[in-house]
Ligand binder design. Sequence first.
Ligand code: 5GP
Length: 179
Amino acid sequence: MMEQDIQEILFSQEALARRVKELAGEIRRDYAGKAPLVVGVLRGCFVFMADLVRELDFPLTLDFMAASSYHGTESSGKVNIQLDLHDDIAGRDVLLVEDILDTGNTLSKLVAELKSRNPASLKLCVLLDKPERRVRPLEADYVGFTIPDAFVVGYGLDYEQQYRNLPYVGILKPSVYQR
Ligand code: 5GP
């Protein structure tokens, strides 16, 4: 069972749902009268983004990107765009949605790339933020929860592609990735 590999539950399903509603409230206010393009960074965004956009009751469109930098539990620092956007974003109000902002390697690369395509605006929304780990000067405009430096899984976040389907966010037992 997956639960045996979890050291501690940080955010329950209920706590996540509450916080996602609050974030959606902020986003709704900020995007009044606009029709943003919400861009998810695969694969970790998929649960958070699905919950978030269903709390947004205004017109929007969706697109996805994928980037790679992680090997196991370590950021490699080298980022590749593996899947690019379907459509041009020039003149669009873009909201980039990611599961977690950690070192900032991935998102600073994606943000720079998207800015170079001349969107009308670009904001960043992350479910989780680990500021202690940052190596690039990058802050998100919307943050669900700030967390300490621990490796977390669930609610879309994986370890070697597993645990994404846990309904909560929990700290993975170090024994799992040390074995
Ligand atoms: P960064 O480039 O900011 O270091 O890392 C961004 C990506 O690393 C995230 O999208 C996520 O895929 C992965 N990542 C960073 N920290 C964690 C973590 O604690 N748990 C999991 N599952 N992935 C993480």
